[in-house]
Design a protein around this ligand. Structure first.
Ligand code: NAD
Ligand code: ZN
Length: 366
């Protein structure tokens, strides 16, 4: 059956985000419909609403959801109604060379479908029957959503839904950037630019991986305070002199993580590195943004620069690992949720994020 859902929708770039009633079609082959319990508010949703991420509107926002399966389509064998799941915003075919290489975030078969389901169509329509795009195969800032079965991952009963949701983007992206992409060695030094929802998870990823020094850089004193709670050993207020301060503290960092989404910050991160150091770019910059680095310093000092998408996730392998770390008390999830909102309050949740008020804001559905 088609379901009616309240959803956060971007109607046009740089217009206020609206909450409207949408129609969600039942699952087709290899799809599931879920009833959302929680959805985190990520800076990438805001970037899509402002056109920094150029997803064409109208667009149902949300890619960090947790909920329960309410209907399964033909061919779905691993899930049934009542199962608890988290969403994964990376569409993967499971058979291409990248999926086979354990790098589904690079899947070349279906990942080009960034605002539809993997087959290029959508299950979402507005009140007038017009199709609505969905954020990265998800669109889960809504009471219901129909997704491809490869975009959901099971979660056990012991993790509350508002915390489980965050694993679907911020936690996987941040901790994965450390574990999977950087493969940070114990005893390393690291600097993290941007201590928001993603950066805080890079910081705790560095702590869990055994970094001996973790410097957080942010423009907000409050964020730096939270960064210490997540494992930062030192903090530096963001300005032009930040790289000099970080070099003084670390003697030149082994790893520098950019979690803001600006070439200028990537350059600062690069300037923090010691010999042999690597910058990991996590922030999503506008399309025309450029980063300038001194070419000779790459070979002469064996420095590196690389990107990390969704923490190089293998969702069904990595999500359970993360929940194990939460159960063991190493991964902080409770502390990440700084504010809870209803779906009607979604516009305020975005305003609060923009104003830097939240570690992570989470929408809770009744
Ligand atoms: P957020 O708004 O929660 O946090 C951003 C933080 O950066 C804030 O604390 C802010 O004060 C700080 N900041 C802003 N300008 C700064 C500067 N010049 N120097 C240092 N700090 C600065 O955002 P978020 O949800 O944590 O997302 C961060 C970035 O990561 C965004 O660009 C988002 O699109 C991106 N992202 C990437 C992936 C991925 O797969 N690579 C996944 C999710 C989000
Ligand atoms: Zn996100």
């Amino acid at each position: 059956m088609t379901r009616t859902a309240r959803a956060a929708v971007c109607r046009d770039w740089n217009q206020p985000i609206g909450v409207e009633t949408i129609q969600v079609e039942p699952p087709r082959r290899d799809e599931v419909t879920i009833r959302l319990h929680a959805c985190g508010v990520c800076h990438s949703d805001l970037s899509a609403a402002t056109g920094v991420i150029a997803f064409p509107p109208p667009l149902v926002l949300g890619h960090e959801g947790a909920g329960e399966v309410v209907a399964v389509g033909e061919g779905v064998e691993d899930f049934q109604a009542g199962d608890r799941v988290i969403t994964s915003f990376v569409s993967m075919c499971g058979t291409c060379r990248y999926c086979n290489a354990g790098r589904p975030v690079l899947c070349e078969t279906v990942n080009s479908a960034l605002t539809t389901l993997p087959d290029g169509t959508v299950r979402t329509h507005d009140g007038d029957g017009n199709a609505l795009n969905v954020f990265s195969g998800c669109g889960v800032m809504a009471e219901y959503a129909t997704l491809h079965v490869n975009n959901v991952v099971p979660v056990t009963d012991d993790v509350p839904m508002d915390r489980a949701a965050l694993v679907g983007c911020a936690v996987m992206t941040g901790v994965g950037a450390v574990f999977n992409t950087a493969q940070l060695e114990p005893g390393s030094t690291a600097v993290v630019f941007g201590a928001g929802g993603v950066g805080l998870n890079v910081i705790q990823g560095c702590r869990i991986a055994g970094a001996r020094q973790i410097v957080a850089v942010d423009m907000s004193e409050d964020k730096l305070e939270t960064a210490r709670q997540f494992g930062a050993t030192d903090t530096v207020l963001a300005d032009d002199k930040a790289p000099k301060a970080v070099r003084k503290l670390t003697g030149g960092a082994d790893y520098a993580f950019e979690c803001v989404g600006r070439g200028a910050v990537a350059e600062q991160a690069y300037a923090c590195l010691g010999k042999g150091g690597t910058v990991i770019i996590v922030g999503v910059a506008p399309r025309d943004d450029m980063t300038r680095i001194n070419t000779l310093s790459l070979p002469a000092q064996e420095r590196g620069i690389r990107g990390s998408w969704f923490g190089s996730a293998r969702p069904r392998y990595d999500f359970p690992r993360l929940f194990g770390l939460y159960a063991g008390g190493q991964l902080l999830l409770d502390e990440l949720v700084s504010q809870r909102y209803t779906i009607e309050e979604a516009p305020r949740a975005f305003a609060d994020m923009e104003a830097g008020r939240n570690a992570r804001g989470v929408i809770l559905f009744e």
